[in-house]
Design a protein around this ligand. Structure first.
Ligand code: SF4
Length: 320
């Protein structure tokens, strides 16, 4: 695995998977992905459905979409300059830095969550990099690390330190090589750094529904106004929490004149997406007509390939 991580393509995939996720979660996904798409060429030839299948469970499907777009642009090889990398879909300053430093061994700064935590504690930065000014202060610290000979080793060492020593909870300060100069450790203020992020969740209440045609096809949409935009998902929209459990009028806008013969509600489900806590009623409808011949109607066996875990919950709730 270590050798593979020197490959710019592998660094890109692993770092994209690791955004907001732990190594332990990502490891199996990464191994499976690299078996199926060992290089840029194999990925560039894949289609979106297949890529989603290997991303399934990681969430943030736009990342998988962007990975595929970028592979199609750059195959057979990754560019090796920050300017070119940051111009590609889904590659930001952090990922570009990781590819350039870890794979190409260039003196390029990296700033991931691990480094943010170390810098905050070490330099007593009592803010997060969530405004332009604060971001720049953190990037300045990262650029200091990326100066001089073998900067890539320092970047990698700090990332490892963040993962294994300067952890979010209970950092192992006693065995940390930075402890003699670390402000938080020296002042017994580790709990204060970095400051906690206020996560404000919005509550969303609605209905998500599965429509089955007479010839046993199922309706899916890729034009959701609400969640999982641009990916295949069952149609859904908000409703009032006290609304009666009939067929909501807005269902008609999806059915294009198809006639409902019967319906039932399944178990309600809860789901979280980024800043939303979602509660949904699940509704199943049969319609009298065969499915129109278009890609919005899929066979039952394809339902299990829908990428979002939200769809899996709906299928369970409706016992499909
Ligand atoms: S001394 Fe502790 S808080 Fe400071 S960098 Fe090391 S592990 Fe982190």
């Amino acid at each position: 695995m270590l050798e593979a991580l020197r490959d710019p393509y592998a660094v890109w995939i692993s770092e994209t998977m690791l955004q907001q996720t732990q190594v332990a979660t990502v490891k199996d996904y990464f191994v499976r992905w690299m078996k199926r798409f060992p290089d840029l060429d194999s990925l560039a030839k894949a289609n979106e459905a297949e890529v989603f299948k290997f991303w399934q469970g990681l969430g943030y499907y736009n990342r998988a979409k962007n990975i595929l777009k970028t592979a199609k642009i750059v195959a057979p090889q990754m560019p090796d300059s920050r300017k070119e990398l940051e111009a590609l879909p889904g590659i930001g300053a952090y990922t570009a830095g990781a590819i350039l430093s870890l794979a190409f061994h260039k003196n390029e700064a990296i700033l991931d969550g691990n480094l943010v935590r170390i810098f905050s504690r070490f330099y007593a930065l009592d803010f997060l990099p969530d405004s332009a000014i604060h971001k720049e202060i953190y990037w300045d610290k990262a650029r200091l690390v990326a100066c001089g000979e073998k900067a890539f080793l320092r970047n990698e060492a700090l990332m490892e330190l963040g993962r294994n020593v300067c952890k979010v909870k209970n950092p192992a300060c006693e065995k940390c090589p930075l402890k003699s100069k670390c402000f938080a450790f020296q002042n017994n203020l580790i709990e204060k750094f970095p400051p906690k992020k206020d996560r404000v969740y919005k509550h969303w209440y609605g209905v998500i529904f599965v429509v089955q045609s007479a010839d046993k096809k199922f309706f899916i949409t890729e034009n959701s106004e609400f969640f999982l935009k641009n990916q295949k998902v069952f149609p859904h929209f908000p409703i009032g929490e006290t609304e009666a459990r009939g067929i909501p009028a807005r269902v008609d806008t999806f059915l294009n004149g198809l006639e409902v013969t019967d319906f039932f509600y399944g178990k309600d489900i809860n789901h979280s997406i980024t800043h939303f806590k979602i509660s949904m009623r699940t509704l199943f409808l049969n319609v009298a007509q065969n499915a129109p011949k278009n890609s919005s109607w899929i066979a039952k066996k394809e339902l299990k390939d829908l990428p979002s875990s939200l769809c899996k919950k709906v299928l369970n709730a409706l016992k499909i």
